[in-house]
Design a protein around this ligand. Structure first.
Ligand SMILES: NC(=O)c1ccc[n+]([C@@H]2O[C@H](COP(=O)([O-])OP(=O)(O)OC[C@H]3O[C@@H](n4cnc5c(N)ncnc54)[C@H](OP(=O)(O)O)[C@@H]3O)[C@@H](O)[C@H]2O)c1
Length: 353
């Protein structure tokens, strides 16, 4: 039996993960957490609503932690898991983006594994398996382009939260859905890919593939490109991470190739400024990715509450990045300081934006 601790059990990923665990005889839910929603319907011996997630993990002694918390709130659990050499099935991309180098150092010390749950990174992980790094030319992350693909800046000015929450291909929690609309999600994923696979930023590309069938590609030095295809359904990467390397069956139908449209285009990085801001933060390194993430969390929450226009999101994040000196985080306290300072700067910038 593999003991699974599920953090964020009441969310979009969390609910789908429960379905996967329940369907697989060798997976056992040993712990479940939520931020504030009740967990009465979740069958796990250890449960926790709010509070310190690492205490729950200490008690539950999992074989694998599926971190499906949204935002920086998942960072302590990610670091705890990596430090102890427990497998980390990672949906909570914000923790790897923000903690970057600290997380990789904890991974090296702990000797465990990160099994990506983000569909693009699960795809890359599978395309890269068994290949030496020198064979890799570029990683190509695909994205649907979000609900506003093809829109101009003028058209984006009066976008409402309801419009931003209507994603064309994926059904997800509200924060990542807004991130998909601004392309901040693809930006976070570029940074996530850099830390997961050790590839420099100038060899990580983003391409738009509106139907979300191609989940990502790897170009190799001999001119071959390997792609991962599948219907947009998170149960597949969740199952892959939890049953790795078994690749257990899922209830999905086989891919009907003749019915698919696979067109690709370049993202509009000028209109959707969050992608370039994320790259800038990634290239700067240090605490810049943490700042990008923190300011984005503040801006997205304000947008959802109707306190910030859609185009104000990159403005707020840009201001927070400009105020950051990019110094590296030597430890978790440094990281928490950078996160806190960025949130304060972003909150002040909200008033002006
Ligand atoms: N949804 C997807 O298809 C998808 C795809 C790829 C990656 N991801 C990533 O997976 C993560 C989760 O996304 P989601 O769409 O599942 O989000 P979601 O539906 O909003 O669920 C978030 C979960 O985190 C919990 N949570 C929120 N704040 C917390 C806090 N401060 N402390 C502890 N737990 C907290 C929530 O608890 P409550 O229910 O009590 O609020 C909920 O269980 C994100 O990092 C996202 O980027 C999601």
């Amino acid at each position: 039996m593999k003991r699974v601790a599920l953090l964020g059990a009441t969310g979009s990923i969390g609910r789908q993960a429960i379905e996967i665990v329940e369907a697989h005889p060798a997976l056992e839910l040993c712990a479940a957490s939520s931020g504030s929603a009740p967990l009465d319907a979740v069958a796990a011996p250890f449960k926790q609503v709010g509070g310190d997630l690492t205490e729950l993990l200490e008690r539950a002694e999992p074989d694998v932690v599926l971190n499906a918390v949204v935002g920086f709130a998942g960072v302590h659990a990610t670091l705890w898991t990596l430090e102890r050499g427990v497998d980390l099935a990672l949906a909570n991309k914000e923790s790897l983006v923000a903690a970057g180098e600290l997380a990789l150092a904890a991974l090296r010390r702990g000797g465990g594994r990160i099994l990506p749950v983000d569909s693009e990174h699960s795809a890359l992980f599978q395309c890269l398996e068994g290949r030496a790094p020198e064979q890799v030319d570029t990683l190509v992350l695909t994205g649907s382009g979000g609900p506003f693909r093809g829109w101009s800046r003028a058209e984006l000015e009066h976008v409402t939260p309801e419009q931003a929450l209507a994603h064309p291909t994926w059904s997800m929690g509200p924060k990542i859905t807004v991130d998909s609309a601004t392309l901040a999600n693809k930006g976070l994923e570029v940074i996530e890919a850099h830390f997961l696979f050790g590839i420099p930023y100038d060899r990580i590309e983003v391409v738009v593939q509106p139907t979300s069938i191609v989940h990502s590609l790897v170009r190799f030095r001999d001119g071959a490109a390997l792609a991962h295809l599948g219907y947009p359904d998170m149960r597949v990467p969740i199952s892959y991470a939890l049953t790795y390397p078994e690749r257990a069956a899922t209830p999905l139908p086989p891919l009907d190739l003749a019915s698919l449209t696979l067109a690709f285009s370049t993202p509009d990085a000028e209109t959707f400024a969050m992608l370039a801001l994320a790259r800038e933060a990634g290239e700067r390194g240090g605490t810049a990715p943490c700042v990008f993430n923190a300011a984005n969390e503040i801006a997205v929450a304000a947008f959802l509450e109707g306190r910030l226009p859609f185009l104000g999101i990159p403005e707020v994040v840009g201001e927070a990045l400009a105020a950051n000196d990019g110094a590296p985080a030597r430890d978790v306290d440094d990281l928490l300081d950078a996160d806190r300072a960025a949130r304060e700067t972003a909150a002040k910038a909200l008033v002006v934006a």
